[in-house]
Design a protein around this ligand. Structure first.
Ligand SMILES: *Cc1c(COP(=O)(O)O)cnc(C)c1O
Length: 225
């Protein structure tokens, strides 16, 4: 049952927090609903899910039409500039911004509806060619180019680790994202303050939390069959 799985994931998050001396409330759970039906999503909301992650705008538009704002919607998958208009209408947080061009398009569309759109910058910390996300070395320029855009707010960073049987093997990619955030936050003169680190999925979220994640994106462990 979905409620039991959410309970189990919540307990695993708490114990990973405890292990690293953090409070359980310091990590937010994004329930990744990309494979879930509207009924299953409603069941999850009934069981306490507050943040829902979708990876395609078109799917989210459909689900949003019947579920609405009973929970917050997050975009976790790649966003094409031509979908930015729908994205700003639905999502409270876009995790997957990976270019200046996309950020500027989001800024423009958010301005049209008088919204300040929260975003995360997706960084490809592993260098895997199959992954979206900018190179770590491009982040500084990205921030310089977008920090003055009035209708977006850069809240933090996101990464997707490679698939791994043993989550220990992906620990360095999570650590790299945290170090990148700390470097931005420590730069002088201060340019922006990044708080969120969206990292960790069903197979690796405990390790991600140990490395400083404060937002985990969990799908299979909740909706898997
Ligand atoms: C599907 C997906 C997840 C969730 O992955 P699970 O292994 O199902 O927990 C997290 N992040 C992104 C970007 C995804 O596409």
């Amino acid at each position: 049952m979905i409620a039991e799985k959410i309970e189990l994931v919540t307990r695993r998050i708490s114990s990973a927090c405890e292990k690293s001396g953090r409070s359980a409330e310091s990590v937010k759970l994004v329930c990744v609903t990309k494979t879930a039906s509207v009924e299953e999503i409603n069941e999850a909301i009934g069981a306490g899910a507050r943040l829902l992650g979708e990876n395609r705008v078109q799917d989210a538009v459909k689900k949003y039409a019947s579920i609405g704002n009973k929970a917050e919607w997050h975009l976790i998958g790649h966003l094409q500039t031509n979908k930015a208009r729908d994205a700003v209408r639905i999502f409270s947080l876009i995790h997957s911004v990976d270019s200046v061009r996309l950020a500027k398009e989001i800024d423009k569309e958010a301005a049209r509806i008088n919204k300040i759109q929260d975003i995360l910058v997706q960084v490809n910390t592993s260098g895997e060619a199959s992954k979206f996300g900018m190179e770590p070395g491009s982040l500084e320029n990205f921030i310089k180019e977008t920090v003055l855009c009035p209708n977006i707010k850069i809240k933090g960073l996101m990464t997707i680790a490679p698939e791994a049987g043993d989550p220990e093997t992906v620990r360095p990619y999570f650590r790299a994202l945290r170090q990148l955030r700390d470097k931005v936050n420590g730069s002088k003169p201060a340019v922006c303050n990044l708080q969120l680190l969206s990292m960790g999925m069903s197979g690796d979220f405990e390790v991600a939390i140990e490395e400083g994640s404060n937002m985990v994106r969990v799908g299979r462990a909740i909706f898997g069959r």
